[in-house]
Ligand binder design. Structure first.
Ligand code: SAM
Ligand code: SF4
Length: 436
Protein backbone atom coordinates (compact mmCIF):
# COMPACT_ATOMS: atom_id res chain seq x y z
CA UNK A 1 0.00 0.00 0.00
CA UNK A 2 1.39 3.43 -0.90
CA UNK A 3 1.69 5.83 1.99
CA UNK A 4 -0.61 8.89 1.89
CA UNK A 5 1.12 12.09 0.89
CA UNK A 6 1.11 14.84 3.47
CA UNK A 7 -0.14 18.40 3.11
CA UNK A 8 0.72 21.28 5.42
CA UNK A 9 -1.37 24.44 5.09
CA UNK A 10 -0.52 27.69 6.84
CA UNK A 11 -3.47 30.09 6.95
CA UNK A 12 -3.01 33.84 7.30
CA UNK A 13 -5.69 36.50 7.80
CA UNK A 14 -9.44 36.23 7.99
CA UNK A 15 -12.00 33.49 8.61
CA UNK A 16 -12.70 33.31 4.90
CA UNK A 17 -9.16 32.06 4.48
CA UNK A 18 -9.75 29.47 7.22
CA UNK A 19 -12.76 28.22 5.26
CA UNK A 20 -10.82 28.28 1.97
CA UNK A 21 -7.98 26.28 3.54
CA UNK A 22 -10.47 23.59 4.58
CA UNK A 23 -11.87 23.45 1.05
CA UNK A 24 -8.38 23.25 -0.49
CA UNK A 25 -7.49 20.43 1.91
CA UNK A 26 -10.64 18.61 0.73
CA UNK A 27 -9.75 19.20 -2.94
CA UNK A 28 -6.26 17.78 -2.42
CA UNK A 29 -7.68 15.05 -0.18
CA UNK A 30 -9.32 13.68 -3.32
CA UNK A 31 -5.75 13.31 -4.70
CA UNK A 32 -4.65 11.30 -1.67
CA UNK A 33 -3.25 14.09 0.49
CA UNK A 34 -3.82 14.09 4.25
CA UNK A 35 -3.20 17.06 6.52
CA UNK A 36 -0.13 17.23 8.73
CA UNK A 37 0.72 19.71 11.49
CA UNK A 38 4.27 20.60 10.42
CA UNK A 39 5.97 21.61 7.21
CA UNK A 40 8.92 19.30 8.07
CA UNK A 41 7.18 16.04 7.17
CA UNK A 42 5.02 17.46 4.35
CA UNK A 43 5.10 16.55 0.65
CA UNK A 44 3.31 19.76 -0.13
CA UNK A 45 3.28 23.11 1.72
CA UNK A 46 0.56 25.60 0.90
CA UNK A 47 0.59 29.15 2.25
CA UNK A 48 -2.93 30.63 2.16
CA UNK A 49 -2.07 34.29 2.31
CA UNK A 50 -3.50 37.70 3.24
CA UNK A 51 -2.75 40.98 1.45
CA UNK A 52 -4.80 43.35 3.58
CA UNK A 53 -1.85 45.14 5.21
CA UNK A 54 1.78 45.43 4.10
CA UNK A 55 3.05 43.44 7.10
CA UNK A 56 0.74 40.54 6.32
CA UNK A 57 2.02 40.34 2.72
CA UNK A 58 5.71 40.69 3.67
CA UNK A 59 5.35 37.88 6.23
CA UNK A 60 4.55 35.50 3.40
CA UNK A 61 7.86 36.24 1.70
CA UNK A 62 9.82 35.80 4.92
CA UNK A 63 8.02 32.49 5.60
CA UNK A 64 8.84 31.35 2.05
CA UNK A 65 12.49 32.24 2.67
CA UNK A 66 12.43 30.07 5.79
CA UNK A 67 11.23 27.09 3.72
CA UNK A 68 14.35 27.19 1.52
CA UNK A 69 16.48 24.70 3.57
CA UNK A 70 13.55 22.25 3.62
CA UNK A 71 13.09 22.48 -0.14
CA UNK A 72 16.84 21.95 -0.65
CA UNK A 73 16.79 18.84 1.54
CA UNK A 74 13.58 17.52 -0.13
CA UNK A 75 13.63 18.46 -3.82
CA UNK A 76 10.29 16.69 -4.41
CA UNK A 77 8.53 18.96 -1.91
CA UNK A 78 5.93 21.11 -3.67
CA UNK A 79 5.37 24.65 -2.41
CA UNK A 80 2.25 26.62 -3.31
CA UNK A 81 1.05 30.15 -2.57
CA UNK A 82 -2.73 30.67 -2.42
CA UNK A 83 -4.97 33.53 -1.27
CA UNK A 84 -4.87 37.27 -1.79
CA UNK A 85 -1.07 37.70 -2.09
CA UNK A 86 -1.18 35.06 -4.84
CA UNK A 87 -3.99 36.99 -6.56
CA UNK A 88 -2.27 40.37 -6.23
CA UNK A 89 1.28 39.34 -7.15
CA UNK A 90 0.79 36.33 -9.47
CA UNK A 91 3.88 35.65 -11.66
CA UNK A 92 5.91 38.06 -9.51
CA UNK A 93 6.02 35.42 -6.76
CA UNK A 94 7.62 32.88 -9.12
CA UNK A 95 10.21 35.48 -10.15
CA UNK A 96 11.00 36.51 -6.60
CA UNK A 97 10.87 33.00 -5.09
CA UNK A 98 12.38 30.23 -7.27
CA UNK A 99 11.31 27.62 -4.70
CA UNK A 100 7.60 28.20 -5.36
CA UNK A 101 5.95 25.64 -7.67
CA UNK A 102 2.43 27.00 -7.92
CA UNK A 103 0.46 30.20 -7.34
CA UNK A 104 -3.32 29.98 -7.08
CA UNK A 105 -5.83 32.83 -6.62
CA UNK A 106 -8.92 32.51 -4.39
CA UNK A 107 -11.32 31.85 -7.30
CA UNK A 108 -9.34 28.92 -8.75
CA UNK A 109 -9.00 26.51 -5.81
CA UNK A 110 -11.03 23.83 -7.57
CA UNK A 111 -8.23 23.70 -10.18
CA UNK A 112 -5.57 22.91 -7.54
CA UNK A 113 -5.43 19.15 -8.19
CA UNK A 114 -4.73 19.76 -11.92
CA UNK A 115 -2.21 22.46 -11.13
CA UNK A 116 -0.43 20.14 -8.72
CA UNK A 117 -0.26 17.43 -11.37
CA UNK A 118 1.43 19.88 -13.74
CA UNK A 119 3.79 20.99 -10.96
CA UNK A 120 4.67 17.34 -10.28
CA UNK A 121 5.55 17.02 -13.96
CA UNK A 122 8.06 19.85 -13.50
CA UNK A 123 6.08 22.96 -14.52
CA UNK A 124 5.77 26.13 -12.48
CA UNK A 125 2.08 27.05 -12.59
CA UNK A 126 0.09 30.26 -12.00
CA UNK A 127 -3.71 30.57 -12.01
CA UNK A 128 -5.16 33.89 -10.89
CA UNK A 129 -8.20 33.89 -13.19
CA UNK A 130 -11.70 34.85 -12.16
CA UNK A 131 -13.16 31.84 -14.03
CA UNK A 132 -16.70 31.67 -15.41
CA UNK A 133 -17.40 28.41 -13.60
CA UNK A 134 -18.24 28.47 -9.88
CA UNK A 135 -15.44 26.88 -7.88
CA UNK A 136 -17.95 25.63 -5.30
CA UNK A 137 -19.58 23.41 -7.95
CA UNK A 138 -16.27 21.68 -8.52
CA UNK A 139 -15.08 21.18 -4.97
CA UNK A 140 -15.64 17.85 -3.18
CA UNK A 141 -18.23 17.50 -0.41
CA UNK A 142 -17.45 19.12 2.94
CA UNK A 143 -15.59 17.20 5.64
CA UNK A 144 -15.94 18.45 9.19
CA UNK A 145 -12.57 19.20 10.73
CA UNK A 146 -13.29 21.89 13.31
CA UNK A 147 -15.73 20.19 15.67
CA UNK A 148 -19.30 21.34 16.30
CA UNK A 149 -18.83 24.84 14.90
CA UNK A 150 -18.33 25.32 11.15
CA UNK A 151 -17.88 28.13 8.65
CA UNK A 152 -19.99 28.39 5.52
CA UNK A 153 -19.04 30.92 2.85
CA UNK A 154 -22.25 32.41 1.43
CA UNK A 155 -20.86 35.46 -0.36
CA UNK A 156 -17.54 36.48 -1.83
CA UNK A 157 -15.99 39.66 -3.14
CA UNK A 158 -16.73 43.31 -2.62
CA UNK A 159 -18.06 46.19 -4.73
CA UNK A 160 -17.60 48.87 -2.07
CA UNK A 161 -14.08 50.06 -2.99
CA UNK A 162 -13.16 51.66 0.32
CA UNK A 163 -10.20 53.88 -0.56
CA UNK A 164 -7.72 51.90 1.60
CA UNK A 165 -8.71 48.33 0.78
CA UNK A 166 -7.36 45.68 -1.61
CA UNK A 167 -10.27 43.25 -1.25
CA UNK A 168 -12.25 44.41 -4.33
CA UNK A 169 -9.10 43.83 -6.40
CA UNK A 170 -8.00 40.51 -4.88
CA UNK A 171 -11.40 38.91 -4.33
CA UNK A 172 -13.32 40.46 -7.22
CA UNK A 173 -16.94 41.58 -7.47
CA UNK A 174 -19.68 40.64 -4.98
CA UNK A 175 -21.13 37.21 -5.72
CA UNK A 176 -23.82 35.48 -3.66
CA UNK A 177 -23.89 31.68 -3.60
CA UNK A 178 -27.28 30.14 -4.51
CA UNK A 179 -29.79 29.62 -1.71
CA UNK A 180 -30.46 25.94 -2.49
CA UNK A 181 -26.72 25.05 -2.46
CA UNK A 182 -26.27 26.76 0.89
CA UNK A 183 -29.21 24.88 2.39
CA UNK A 184 -27.73 21.60 1.12
CA UNK A 185 -24.28 22.39 2.43
CA UNK A 186 -25.69 23.43 5.82
CA UNK A 187 -27.79 20.22 6.06
CA UNK A 188 -24.73 18.15 5.19
CA UNK A 189 -22.70 19.88 7.91
CA UNK A 190 -25.44 19.29 10.50
CA UNK A 191 -25.59 15.63 9.38
CA UNK A 192 -21.91 15.44 10.34
CA UNK A 193 -22.47 16.77 13.86
CA UNK A 194 -22.18 20.53 13.36
CA UNK A 195 -24.42 22.54 15.73
CA UNK A 196 -23.28 26.07 14.98
CA UNK A 197 -22.71 27.68 11.59
CA UNK A 198 -21.02 31.02 10.97
CA UNK A 199 -21.98 32.42 7.58
CA UNK A 200 -19.03 34.11 5.94
CA UNK A 201 -18.56 36.79 3.32
CA UNK A 202 -16.35 39.82 2.72
CA UNK A 203 -19.71 41.61 2.82
CA UNK A 204 -21.85 38.85 4.19
CA UNK A 205 -24.94 41.00 4.72
CA UNK A 206 -24.92 41.92 1.01
CA UNK A 207 -25.93 38.29 0.31
CA UNK A 208 -29.10 37.98 -1.76
CA UNK A 209 -30.54 35.24 -3.91
CA UNK A 210 -33.91 33.93 -4.99
CA UNK A 211 -35.66 37.06 -3.63
CA UNK A 212 -34.17 36.61 -0.18
CA UNK A 213 -31.67 38.68 1.79
CA UNK A 214 -29.46 37.39 4.60
CA UNK A 215 -32.32 37.68 7.14
CA UNK A 216 -34.39 35.31 4.98
CA UNK A 217 -31.52 32.86 4.60
CA UNK A 218 -30.99 32.87 8.37
CA UNK A 219 -34.69 32.13 8.99
CA UNK A 220 -34.60 29.16 6.60
CA UNK A 221 -31.36 27.80 8.03
CA UNK A 222 -32.81 28.11 11.54
CA UNK A 223 -35.48 25.55 10.57
CA UNK A 224 -32.86 22.81 10.15
CA UNK A 225 -33.25 20.38 13.05
CA UNK A 226 -30.06 19.95 15.01
CA UNK A 227 -28.62 23.31 13.96
CA UNK A 228 -28.70 25.29 17.21
CA UNK A 229 -26.77 28.49 16.53
CA UNK A 230 -26.18 30.88 13.64
CA UNK A 231 -23.74 33.76 13.27
CA UNK A 232 -22.49 35.83 10.35
CA UNK A 233 -19.47 37.96 9.56
CA UNK A 234 -18.29 40.47 8.24
CA UNK A 235 -21.04 43.03 7.71
CA UNK A 236 -21.01 46.46 6.13
CA UNK A 237 -23.17 49.08 7.90
CA UNK A 238 -24.85 50.07 4.60
CA UNK A 239 -26.10 46.52 4.01
CA UNK A 240 -27.88 46.06 7.38
CA UNK A 241 -31.36 45.54 5.90
CA UNK A 242 -34.45 45.91 8.09
CA UNK A 243 -35.24 42.22 7.65
CA UNK A 244 -31.82 41.23 9.02
CA UNK A 245 -32.12 43.59 11.98
CA UNK A 246 -35.57 42.13 12.68
CA UNK A 247 -34.14 38.59 12.59
CA UNK A 248 -31.96 39.54 15.58
CA UNK A 249 -35.14 40.17 17.56
CA UNK A 250 -37.22 37.23 16.37
CA UNK A 251 -34.88 34.34 15.57
CA UNK A 252 -33.63 32.68 18.77
CA UNK A 253 -30.95 30.67 16.95
CA UNK A 254 -29.32 33.87 15.68
CA UNK A 255 -26.72 34.67 18.34
CA UNK A 256 -26.63 38.13 20.00
CA UNK A 257 -23.31 39.13 18.47
CA UNK A 258 -22.54 41.39 15.53
CA UNK A 259 -19.23 42.47 14.00
CA UNK A 260 -19.96 45.79 12.31
CA UNK A 261 -16.82 47.61 11.14
CA UNK A 262 -16.99 51.42 11.19
CA UNK A 263 -13.29 52.31 10.64
CA UNK A 264 -13.57 55.93 11.86
CA UNK A 265 -15.88 58.28 13.77
CA UNK A 266 -15.05 61.33 11.67
CA UNK A 267 -17.37 62.18 8.76
CA UNK A 268 -14.51 63.85 6.92
CA UNK A 269 -12.39 60.68 7.12
CA UNK A 270 -15.34 58.37 6.41
CA UNK A 271 -15.92 60.38 3.22
CA UNK A 272 -12.23 60.21 2.25
CA UNK A 273 -12.39 56.45 2.93
CA UNK A 274 -15.41 56.18 0.58
CA UNK A 275 -17.40 54.41 3.30
CA UNK A 276 -20.65 56.08 2.17
CA UNK A 277 -22.05 56.48 5.69
CA UNK A 278 -21.61 59.07 8.42
CA UNK A 279 -20.85 58.56 12.10
CA UNK A 280 -24.40 59.66 12.94
CA UNK A 281 -25.89 57.09 10.52
CA UNK A 282 -23.79 54.37 12.18
CA UNK A 283 -25.00 55.45 15.64
CA UNK A 284 -28.66 55.43 14.48
CA UNK A 285 -28.11 51.97 13.00
CA UNK A 286 -26.71 50.73 16.31
CA UNK A 287 -29.84 52.11 18.02
CA UNK A 288 -32.10 50.18 15.64
CA UNK A 289 -30.13 46.97 16.13
CA UNK A 290 -30.24 47.37 19.91
CA UNK A 291 -33.97 48.09 19.76
CA UNK A 292 -34.41 44.68 18.10
CA UNK A 293 -31.96 42.86 20.39
CA UNK A 294 -31.05 44.95 23.47
CA UNK A 295 -28.32 42.61 24.77
CA UNK A 296 -26.47 42.30 21.44
CA UNK A 297 -22.67 42.46 21.76
CA UNK A 298 -21.16 44.71 19.10
CA UNK A 299 -17.62 44.56 17.80
CA UNK A 300 -15.91 46.61 15.11
CA UNK A 301 -12.80 47.42 13.07
CA UNK A 302 -10.92 50.72 13.26
CA UNK A 303 -8.14 52.23 11.17
CA UNK A 304 -6.03 54.99 12.73
CA UNK A 305 -3.74 57.32 10.81
CA UNK A 306 -5.65 57.33 7.54
CA UNK A 307 -4.09 60.04 5.28
CA UNK A 308 -5.24 63.49 6.42
CA UNK A 309 -6.56 62.33 9.84
CA UNK A 310 -6.28 65.27 12.28
CA UNK A 311 -6.43 65.23 16.08
CA UNK A 312 -10.06 66.36 15.81
CA UNK A 313 -10.88 63.45 13.47
CA UNK A 314 -9.21 61.03 15.85
CA UNK A 315 -11.14 62.49 18.83
CA UNK A 316 -14.35 61.91 16.85
CA UNK A 317 -13.43 58.22 16.59
CA UNK A 318 -12.90 58.04 20.36
CA UNK A 319 -16.28 59.77 20.84
CA UNK A 320 -18.00 57.20 18.63
CA UNK A 321 -16.40 54.36 20.62
CA UNK A 322 -17.59 55.93 23.89
CA UNK A 323 -21.08 56.40 22.46
CA UNK A 324 -21.46 52.78 21.29
CA UNK A 325 -19.57 50.71 23.86
CA UNK A 326 -17.96 47.77 22.02
CA UNK A 327 -17.50 44.24 23.43
CA UNK A 328 -14.19 44.01 21.58
CA UNK A 329 -12.64 45.34 18.38
CA UNK A 330 -9.80 45.03 15.92
CA UNK A 331 -7.77 48.18 15.36
CA UNK A 332 -5.04 48.78 12.85
CA UNK A 333 -2.61 51.43 11.77
CA UNK A 334 -3.36 52.50 8.22
CA UNK A 335 -1.17 50.59 5.78
CA UNK A 336 -0.85 51.98 2.24
CA UNK A 337 -1.72 49.28 -0.29
CA UNK A 338 -0.41 49.64 -3.85
CA UNK A 339 -3.18 50.22 -6.38
CA UNK A 340 -5.71 51.65 -3.91
CA UNK A 341 -6.74 55.34 -4.17
CA UNK A 342 -5.56 56.18 -0.63
CA UNK A 343 -2.04 54.97 -1.44
CA UNK A 344 -1.61 58.10 -3.59
CA UNK A 345 -1.95 60.35 -0.55
CA UNK A 346 0.84 61.40 1.82
CA UNK A 347 1.11 59.24 4.93
CA UNK A 348 1.06 60.53 8.50
CA UNK A 349 4.20 60.20 10.66
CA UNK A 350 4.62 56.69 12.09
CA UNK A 351 5.03 57.86 15.71
CA UNK A 352 1.76 59.81 15.54
CA UNK A 353 -0.05 56.69 14.26
CA UNK A 354 1.57 54.57 17.01
CA UNK A 355 0.42 57.01 19.69
CA UNK A 356 -3.15 57.14 18.32
CA UNK A 357 -3.32 53.36 18.09
CA UNK A 358 -2.23 53.05 21.73
CA UNK A 359 -4.85 55.54 22.91
CA UNK A 360 -7.58 53.86 20.87
CA UNK A 361 -6.64 50.37 22.05
CA UNK A 362 -6.56 51.49 25.70
CA UNK A 363 -10.16 52.71 25.39
CA UNK A 364 -11.27 49.55 23.56
CA UNK A 365 -9.56 47.29 26.15
CA UNK A 366 -11.34 49.17 28.94
CA UNK A 367 -14.68 48.55 27.21
CA UNK A 368 -13.80 44.90 26.61
CA UNK A 369 -12.94 44.42 30.30
CA UNK A 370 -16.18 46.09 31.38
CA UNK A 371 -18.19 43.87 28.99
CA UNK A 372 -16.49 40.71 30.31
CA UNK A 373 -17.05 41.74 33.93
CA UNK A 374 -20.72 42.43 33.24
CA UNK A 375 -21.05 38.71 32.44
CA UNK A 376 -20.23 37.72 36.06
CA UNK A 377 -23.18 35.92 37.65
CA UNK A 378 -25.06 35.65 34.35
CA UNK A 379 -26.34 32.37 32.93
CA UNK A 380 -25.19 31.86 29.34
CA UNK A 381 -25.48 29.15 26.74
CA UNK A 382 -22.11 27.57 26.00
CA UNK A 383 -21.34 25.25 23.08
CA UNK A 384 -18.39 23.05 24.04
CA UNK A 385 -15.77 22.88 21.29
CA UNK A 386 -12.91 20.89 22.82
CA UNK A 387 -11.31 19.66 26.03
CA UNK A 388 -9.47 22.36 28.01
CA UNK A 389 -5.89 22.20 29.29
CA UNK A 390 -6.93 21.13 32.83
CA UNK A 391 -8.16 17.57 33.38
CA UNK A 392 -11.96 17.36 33.10
CA UNK A 393 -12.19 20.89 31.70
CA UNK A 394 -14.12 21.89 28.58
CA UNK A 395 -13.74 25.04 26.47
CA UNK A 396 -16.57 26.46 24.46
CA UNK A 397 -18.14 29.65 23.19
CA UNK A 398 -20.85 31.67 24.88
CA UNK A 399 -23.83 33.12 23.00
CA UNK A 400 -21.77 36.33 22.83
CA UNK A 401 -18.72 34.47 21.44
CA UNK A 402 -16.64 34.66 24.61
CA UNK A 403 -14.32 31.71 25.20
CA UNK A 404 -15.64 30.00 28.37
CA UNK A 405 -13.81 27.39 30.51
CA UNK A 406 -15.95 24.97 32.52
CA UNK A 407 -14.99 22.05 34.80
CA UNK A 408 -17.27 19.36 33.34
CA UNK A 409 -15.70 15.91 33.24
CA UNK A 410 -18.76 14.15 31.81
CA UNK A 411 -19.20 16.46 28.82
CA UNK A 412 -18.22 16.14 25.16
CA UNK A 413 -17.50 18.59 22.38
CA UNK A 414 -20.82 19.51 20.78
CA UNK A 415 -22.76 19.65 24.07
CA UNK A 416 -24.74 22.87 24.39
CA UNK A 417 -25.13 23.64 28.10
CA UNK A 418 -26.19 26.40 30.50
CA UNK A 419 -23.32 27.90 32.46
CA UNK A 420 -23.24 30.42 35.31
CA UNK A 421 -20.25 32.75 34.84
CA UNK A 422 -18.05 32.83 37.95
CA UNK A 423 -14.83 34.48 36.77
CA UNK A 424 -13.76 36.85 34.03
CA UNK A 425 -10.27 37.33 32.56
CA UNK A 426 -9.14 39.72 29.84
CA UNK A 427 -9.84 37.27 27.01
CA UNK A 428 -12.01 34.53 28.45
CA UNK A 429 -14.59 33.63 31.07
CA UNK A 430 -14.96 30.70 33.46
CA UNK A 431 -18.15 29.23 34.86
CA UNK A 432 -20.02 26.28 36.32
CA UNK A 433 -22.50 24.15 34.48
CA UNK A 434 -26.01 24.58 35.77
CA UNK A 435 -28.00 22.66 33.20
CA UNK A 436 -28.27 21.08 29.78
N1 SAM B 1 -15.60 44.13 4.70
C1 SAM B 1 -15.25 44.55 5.97
C2 SAM B 1 -15.69 46.00 6.19
O1 SAM B 1 -16.31 46.57 5.39
O2 SAM B 1 -15.33 46.66 7.07
C3 SAM B 1 -13.79 44.44 6.26
C4 SAM B 1 -12.91 43.46 5.62
S1 SAM B 1 -11.18 43.74 5.81
C5 SAM B 1 -10.66 42.17 5.35
C6 SAM B 1 -10.88 43.72 7.55
C7 SAM B 1 -10.37 45.00 8.12
O3 SAM B 1 -9.05 45.25 7.74
C8 SAM B 1 -11.10 46.25 7.71
O4 SAM B 1 -12.31 46.41 8.39
C9 SAM B 1 -10.12 47.34 8.04
O5 SAM B 1 -10.28 47.80 9.35
C10 SAM B 1 -8.78 46.62 7.91
N2 SAM B 1 -8.04 47.12 6.74
C11 SAM B 1 -8.35 46.95 5.45
N3 SAM B 1 -7.45 47.58 4.65
C12 SAM B 1 -6.56 48.17 5.50
C13 SAM B 1 -5.41 48.98 5.28
N4 SAM B 1 -5.01 49.34 4.06
N5 SAM B 1 -4.73 49.41 6.38
C14 SAM B 1 -5.13 49.07 7.62
N6 SAM B 1 -6.21 48.32 7.87
C15 SAM B 1 -6.91 47.86 6.82
FE1 SF4 C 1 -12.62 46.34 1.97
FE2 SF4 C 1 -14.75 45.90 3.53
FE3 SF4 C 1 -14.49 48.23 2.24
FE4 SF4 C 1 -15.02 46.01 0.86
S1 SF4 C 1 -16.35 47.01 2.39
S2 SF4 C 1 -13.56 47.56 0.31
S3 SF4 C 1 -13.87 44.49 2.04
S4 SF4 C 1 -13.17 47.39 3.88
Amino acid sequence: MTEARKLFIKTYGCQMNVYDSERMAEALGAKGYVLTDTADDADMVLLNTCHIREKAAEKVYSDLGRLRPLKLSKPDLKIGVAGCVAQAEGEEILKRMPLVDLVVGPQSYHRLPDMLERAEAGARVVDTDFPEEDKFDHLPERKVTRGPSAFLTVQEGCDKFCAFCVVPYTRGAEVSRPFARLMDEARALVGKGVREITLLGQNVNAWSNDGRGLGGLIRELARIDGLERLRYTTSHPNDMAEDLIEAHGTEPKLMPYLHLPVQSGSDRILKAMNRKHTAEQYLRLVERIRAARPDILLTSDFIVGFPGETDTDFEATLDLIRAVGFGSAFSFKYSARPGTPAAEKPELPADLCDARLQTLQALLSEQQRATQEAMLGRELGVLYEKAGRMPGQMVGKSDYLHAVHVADAEARPGDLVRVRITASGPNSLAGERIGA
